[in-house]
Ligand binder design. Sequence first.
Ligand code: ADP
Length: 592
Amino acid sequence: MLRSRFFWKLYAGYALLVLLTVLTVGLLVGRRITADALADIERSLLVQAHLLSDIAAPALVSGNGHELQARVRMLGASIDTRLTVIAEDGVVLADSDEDPITMDNHGSRPEVLAVRTEGSATSTRFSRTVAANMMYVAVAVTANGELRGYARTALPLTLVQDKLAGLRTAVALGALIAVVVAMAVGLLVAGRVIAPLSSITAAAESIAGGDYQRRVGSTSTDEIGQLASAFNRMAGELEKRLQTITEDRSKLLTILGGMVEGVVAVDSERTVVHLNTAAGRILGVPAAESIGKPIWEVTRVVKVGEALDETLQEAKEATRELRLVSGAEDKIVELHTAPLQNAQGDLVGAVLVLHEVTELRRLETVRQDFVANVSHELKTPITAIRGLIDTVIEDRAMPNETKTRFLGKVQDQAMRLSLLVTDLLTLARLESADGLLQAEPLDMRDCVRGSLDRFTASADEQGIELVGDLPDTPVRIVGEYEALELVVNNLLDNALKYTPGGGHVWVRLDTDARSAILEVEDTGVGIPREHHARIFERFYRVDKARSRELEGTGLGLSIVKHICRTFGGSISVESDAGRGSTFRVQFPLSAI
Ligand code: ADP
């Protein structure tokens, strides 16, 4: 409190006021008391002078000065006042303090002169007789209406002044006590005013420092109490608003953090003010560390700078397609920039939205390739059929034998077309909606047995030993019987197609803790490692000519992969050129 400037301002003003008041009152009271005291002394001297006049009158008439002198001396000593009796001609007849014979004529004394005209008079002056400042009061002594002399009383002024000094000291002491009490009370009152103000200031400083829960404790209902409760209300409101802002901000950050699209915000100086996780992933930078850096430090792609130029200089949106080099594969990213405005509509920065379209572009390419492949695959047998039929029609002289051979070829091509269309329809059915496949509990051994039965004859024909190895207990999974049979058929068909006569094909079904495992192993031509990743793509063949020759459509393995994925399974291959192949399929076991 004592360090408060406001306290000292308030207190100094108050102290000045108290001092001025006490000084003025003291002066006025002092003066008044002095005047009253002088008047009292004068009055008492006057009364004494009248009494002296009564006592002196007979002596003045009779002329017995000796007796009068004795009496005056005695009276003067008893009342501590100088008494003088002066004859009408100015000769001093009696004096309480001096011998009248030694005293000069008092006829010209101012108080004696004044009595002649006014009846009584007062004079304050230096007495040569007693050598001191004195107050004199003189009255006329009359007998039978005639002036006979003068009776004079006097008091040394030092005595008067002593009396006054005592009174002044009392007044000054009173004033001093009043000042001390007033200052103490002022200190107390100022303290009471300052203390709540100091606690409001301390609370305001705490809030400014981040402690938004700080409040001022005040129970008074005066203006300061009202100020405290208004302050508390303001602090409460501030806390609520801040909480709302914090919640909104964390919501926004959660939304931005959960977005697939990358979002980057930069200010007008192009310093990154926000960069979400997705943006960090797309640009290949740590999101948290990028905030506060200039954008060119985060990404040096020229098109980003161009788009930002457009947005920040012309306040308009811009779009670019970026190719970001990262690792083995380039990323294709669609960039969209938009101006960032504050509440007043001023341009304060820009927002960059990054949308990775690599997969989209890849799928587009796959789709275009697929259409081209389908057209090509369909066109080849159709062209062959047309050519063969045209030849038969045009060559009327063609021998029947050749005609039959030609028609046989037409039949082969038609068969090929039919296989292709069947596979395409199967693929279309699988891709159109996964829900179209039934999901029912089944014993996978049934599908494997069905396929083994179907291919035993052709394996025999090719001179390949086909061996099935199935467990004794049911292998329960959830799926569609026909679809799962298609998986085993395709794998078995491939194994027999790509294995020369004299080879072996094993079909093994087994389980581990969680999965059903189907393995189809052959001793055939094998697949070089570099093709492993691609053989599951549509129309991908390791050796096109051989595949066609063997009536392959290039769609079998992609159908198998699709079905595996639909029922929560997976497929993998182990193979090498000339070393045979093993395809392994896994399906989750069903609980029932
Ligand atoms: P296709 O109808 O041509 O057999 P698939 O999609 O079934 O098409 O197989 C894709 C390619 O994978 C085949 O063209 C072939 O080159 C290779 N392939 C598949 N299975 C085997 C296997 N058991 N042995 C060797 N090569 C195989």
